[in-house]
Ligand binder design. Structure first.
Ligand code: KMH
Ligand code: ZN
Length: 302
């Protein structure tokens, strides 16, 4: 069986500083945790930035440039920059950090959805829920906009001009069909890399039946000429990663997708999650890919 690529998503744009002391909320923390995650076995580092002034998510290219040179100098890992780092700005602003850095990989979200993490949505249980206030804050009412035009703009700018390969984020089965449409239009070249994002409220639930369905759908649409990976957001992170590797897929961990190392226990770092995933993979007979092996499998510009 081919080797398994571990991606680590270091901080994201959803979790807030009060949720965990381990969450990287400035450029030094992002650099340190990314370097440690690479040492622990992550071949790909999926990166967002934070505003060092307050720990809020940032899509300012200058904030990315505070940690990217150090990560490149101290690791051989593949840098993957998010193009999905804000729910309130357009795609041109969202891809500005990637345009500035011209990395080997970027995320590319393959459809629009109502985006919320489950813990944030728990407030809906309160019968006196303040809908007006929630609307103003945009807390769980966000539309994560990724139209075909947005996708095309990223494909043209980053895929074309910068020769970037994409982590195609598919939050539901329909997004796989969106990707097939785009491939048929000639927007992306093989091998494509699908990331099944499971467990986000607004997308498909994270369970094994759904994972098998996503995989079968991709097989039907793309044959054998594609690579795929799974995010089990929240509690399903390790379990779906283990199953994915057994099915021939790759895995993504990291504090962007789950703050926990096991039920009820916060992870101490991104590296701790990579180490745990690596241990599971090796125990069940999967071999972990190096960055060079991942570059080869994904056809990166290197
Ligand atoms: N936050 C993840 C569920 C992106 O950065 O473009 C998906 C993600 C999106 O990583
Ligand atoms: Zn991300």
């Amino acid at each position: 069986m081919a080797k398994t690529i571990i991606t680590c998503a270091i901080t994201g744009a959803i979790h807030t500083p009060t949720m965990s002391d381990a969450l990287p909320i400035n450029s030094e923390m992002i650099a340190e945790q990314a370097i440690d995650a690479a040492k622990a076995g992550a071949a790909i580092l999926h990166l967002h930035a934070r505003n060092p002034a307050n720990g809020a998510p940032s899509i300012d290219p200058a904030h990315f440039m505070e940690f990217l040179p150090r990560i490149k100098a101290e690791t051989d890992a593949i840098v993957n920059i998010s193009t999905g780092g804000s729910l309130s700005t357009g795609i041109v602003e969202r891809m500005a950090p990637a345009v500035a850095a011209s990395p080997e990989m970027c995320s590319l979200n393959m459809g629009s959805l109502n985006f919320a993490m489950h813990p944030l949505a728990d407030r809906y249980k309160e019968w006196k829920y303040d809908w007006e206030e929630a609307y103003v804050r945009g807390s769980v009412g966000n539309i994560f906009r990724n139209t075909f035009d947005d996708i095309g703009k990223v494909a043209q700018t980053l895929g074309g001009d910068h020769q970037v390969k994409f982590e195609h984020e598919c939050y539901d089965v329909g997004h796989i069909y969106n990707l097939k449409f785009c491939v048929d239009q000639g927007m992306f070249k093989a091998p494509i890399f699908l990331q099944f994002v499971m467990g986000i409220l607004g997308g498909i639930t994270a369970n094994i039946d759904n994972l098998v369905f996503m995989k079968q759908t991709a097989d039907r649409l793309f044959g054998t000429d594609y690579q795929w990976s799974v995010i089990g957001a929240g509690a399903q992170q390790m379990k779906l990663g283990a199953v994915s590797a057994q099915m021939g897929g790759h895995v993504r961990v990291g504090l962007e997708d789950s703050l926990f190392i096991k039920r009820g226990v916060l992870a101490s770092s991104n590296a701790q999650q990579v180490e745990k995933m690596r241990g599971i993979l090796e125990t069940q007979g999967n071999e972990v890919a190096t960055p060079a092996e991942a570059r080869e499998m994904l056809g990166l510009k290197g």
